[in-house]
Design a protein around this ligand. Structure first.
Ligand code: NAP
Length: 349
C-alpha cells in the first residue's frame, strides 16, 4: 500500500494510545495550532493539561474542520485553455491548491485564480500534486502526455482526464502511465457557455478505471469526485465505451447540427419563433468551442462516422419525401391536366 501525498489524508490514520480524546499527530497539531499545550500547576501538585481540559468541545469542532481539510487536494491542471481555466475557477473557490501548465503562457491568468503557473512540466511534477488533470485538446492529448516527466511525480499519483471522448484517453492513460498510478476518466457534460450559471443538475460522467485498493487512494478519488458532487452535478458512473456510444448521439450530433446551421449564417429577425431562437442559441453554444474540440469528437469516437452517415440518410429521406410529393403534383399537372397527356393508367400498367 502506498501512502498518500496529502498530509491531510495521512492524518486519517488511526491514532494510538489510551487518550480519551486522541490528538492528531504532531505535524498536524502544528498545522492546527494546537502544539503549544501548556502544563498548568494546580494546588496540591496536580497537573492539568489545559488543552485536555477543553477537549470534548474543542476536538469535535476541529474534527469537523478536518473533514473539510481531508477533501482538499493539490491539483495540477495540464492544458490551461478555455475548459481548464473554467474548471480552475470552481476548484479554487472550493479551496483546492492549484498548479497549471500549458503550451501557451497563462501565468497572469493563472495568478488571477490563485494558481501557480509552470512553463516547464518538470517543475510542475516536482511539486507532487495529488491529482494531475488532463484538460488539453483531444487531438494533442497523446503528445502532451508524453512530454510529462511522470517519473518526477509521486508513484501513486491520481490522473484524471476531462476529454469529451472516453475510450481513447482510457487506453492512452493505461498504456502510458506506470501501473502504480490511479486513473479516473471523466466527462463534465457542460462547458463555460452551457454552465454559465452554475453546475447544478448538470451531468458529470465518470469511470473509476483504476483506483488502488487502499483507504488513502480511495479517499483521494472520492475527494476529487466530491468537487463535482458539491456543485450539484448529476453524477453518472458509466464505462468509457458506454459513454462514447451515447455521446455520439448527444454531443457529436448536437455539435454537427450547430455547425451546419452556422454555415447558413442565420440572423435574428423581427419575427423569431421560440424554435428559431433555440437554433440561434445552438449555433452560439457549439461554435464557441474550438474546431479542434469538434474534430476530436469525430476523430476519436468510433461511433461518430456512423452518426454522420445516419444524419445524411435522414436528410436524404426527408428531402425524398418532399420531392416525391412535389413530383406527384407536377405529374398530375403535366399529364392529367393536358389534352395531350398520355393515359397514366395505361402507363402504370
Ligand atoms: P480545446 O481546443 O479542445 O483544447 C485547448 C487546450 O489544448 C489548451 O489548453 C491548449 O493549450 C491545448 N492544446 C491544443 N493543441 C495543443 C498542442 N498541439 N500542444 C499542446 N497543447 C495543445 O478546447 P477546450 O474547450 O479548452 O477543451 C479542453 C479539453 O476539455 C478537451 O479535451 C475537451 O474535449 C474537454 N472538454 C471541453 C468542454 C467545453 O465545453 N469546452 C467540456 C467538457 C470537456 P494552449 O491554450 O496552451 O495553447
Amino acid at each position: 500500500m502506498l501512502s498518500s501525498s496529502t498530509s491531510t489524508l495521512r492524518f486519517h490514520q488511526p491514532t494510538r494510545g489510551p487518550r480519551r480524546h486522541p490528538l492528531p499527530p504532531v505535524s498536524h497539531q502544528i498545522r492546527l495550532g494546537v502544539a503549544s499545550r501548556r502544563r498548568i500547576p494546580q494546588r496540591g501538585g496536580t497537573v492539568i493539561r489545559a488543552l485536555d481540559a477543553a477537549q470534548p468541545f474543542d476536538y469535535e469542532s476541529r474534527a469537523a474542520g478536518l473533514l473539510e481539510d481531508r477533501q482538499r487536494l493539490k491539483i495540477a491542471i495540464v492544458g490551461f485553455g478555455n475548459f481548464g481555466q473554467f474548471l480552475a475557477r470552481t476548484f479554487a473557490r472550493q479551496g483546492h491548491t492549484l498548479l497549471a501548465h500549458s503550451r501557451s503562457d497563462y501565468s497572469s491568468l493563472a495568478a488571477s485564480v490563485g494558481a501557480s503557473y509552470f512553463q516547464d512540466p518538470h517543475d510542475l511534477c516536482e511539486c507532487h500534486p495529488d491529482v494531475v488533470l488532463l484538460a488539453t485538446s483531444i487531438l494533442s492529448a497523446e503528445a502532451v502526455l508524453r512530454t510529462l516527466p511522470v517519473h518526477r511525480l509521486r508513484r501513486n499519483t491520481l490522473f484524471v482526464d476531462v476529454l469529451s471522448v472516453k475510450e481513447f484517453p482510457k487506453n492512452l492513460l493505461l498504456s502510458t502511465l506506470p501501473p502504480d498510478f490511479d486513473v479516473i476518466c471523466t466527462h463534465p457534460m457542460f462547458g463555460p457557455e452551457s454552465a454559465r450559471d452554475g453546475w447544478d443538475g448538470l451531468p458529470f460522467v465518470f469511470d473509476k478505471v483504476r483506483v488502488g485498493d487502499c483507504p488513502a487512494r480511495r479517499a483521494r478519488a472520492e475527494a476529487f469526485l466530491n468537487i463535482f458532487e458539491r456543485e450539484g452535478c448529476r453524477m453518472v458512473e458509466m464505462s468509457c465505451a458506454e459513454h462514447d456510444a451515447h455521446a455520439a448521439e448527444t454531443q457529436f450530433l448536437t455539435h454537427t447540427v450547430g455547425r451546419m446551421l452556422a454555415m447558413l449564417e442565420l440572423q435574428s429577425t423581427p419575427i423569431n419563433t421560440k424554435g428559431y431562437e433555440t437554433l440561434l442559441r445552438l449555433v452560439d453554444n457549439t461554435c464557441s468551442d474550438s474546431f479542434d474540440l469538434y474534430n476530436g469528437l469525430f476523430m476519436y469516437n468510433k461511433n461518430s462516422t456512423e452518426l454522420l452517415n445516419r444524419l445524411e440518410w435522414a436528410m436524404d429521406s426527408v428531402k425524398k419525401k418532399l420531392f416525391d410529393g412535389l413530383h406527384d403534383v407536377l405529374r398530375k399537372q403535366l399529364f392529367e391536366g393536358s389534352p395531350h397527356a398520355p393515359n397514366t393508367n395505361t402507363v402504370r400498367k
